[in-house]
Design a protein. Sequence first.
Length: 344
Amino acid sequence: METVRQQEPARETKHQVGYFEQLATHVRDLRNTPPDLFEDVSYIDWSSLSWDDVNRPYKVDKWAEGKKLWEQEHGERLPVKKGWEHFNRSFHQLFQKNVPKEKQETRSKIWQSLLSMDVHGAGEAIEELIQLLVWNKVHRVEDAIWDPRGKRALFEGLDVEKPEVLFLGAADGYEAMQLMAQYPGGHAVLVDYDEFCKTERFGKFPARYPFLGNNPATGNHKVYYREDMNIDFVVEDIRKLKYGKEFDIVVSIGLIEHFPDEYKHEAFEMHRRFLKPGGYAILTTPRSQLRSKAFYTVMSNYMNYGYRELMDVRQMGLYAWENGFDILRAGYIKAHNGLICKVQ
């Protein structure tokens, strides 16, 4: 039986640089030793690439049962916004799971079903266990969802001080908080058009989750928490935002892959529209790799409520290049491709 500590200890001590702990629901990782888990491919000559070279992204088409049931009941395709609402609530459930406890309970259900000759119940419990095992590996073992070490490496080296950050499709706001730790003293605006993200996904993000950042006064690392950061959450459709070109950084994590090709230009324009001259656009998309395809297949009932592509970094970079961005840094982390761009 797996032994883990309680998620939120009563004694709230400051975590130290180098700290690592696996909790029942997630990992805390403040290690600052190599490897940084970012594979840099910035050497690619984007102007020489063509779609004949890289092909088009892989389209995920194994839909969630919840999506199919909704469409059967209503006789129409699940609207995009409604799909995001389903996804946010479903995905959020995974982050709440006490994985060791639920694995033990699910194994017990399997044996109970088999002993009572309940084949259907055993099948459902086995499917549930497989999903728990996959989630455990991806989130608690590999830490590939939040991936603090990979994202720290992707975000490093930006020429900003106390930046104004805009996060499009913010969900739980994780990456904005990591940026605020690495470039402290700034301000972040998180935008998502689902109120649930403000109240639950961001609103109930673990308060004691530590972010490894920088101390400008000493030049050393420093640990930050959400309460240390100046963050506002705006519930709005990102297409309706009224901001001008006032942000040093515009970031999206897993956004542009939800736009079919005929709408990709709109996704990139949303980044360009709000950037100060010389500002940075930071974008990531899920990688087109075998383990990602397996994840979106096994976890389809949690994940697949709308259009989604899996890309390799060359495809993602070619989209950015064709839509008017110079690519300063390109590479991939555990589960995502990443780009740091400026407007051409």
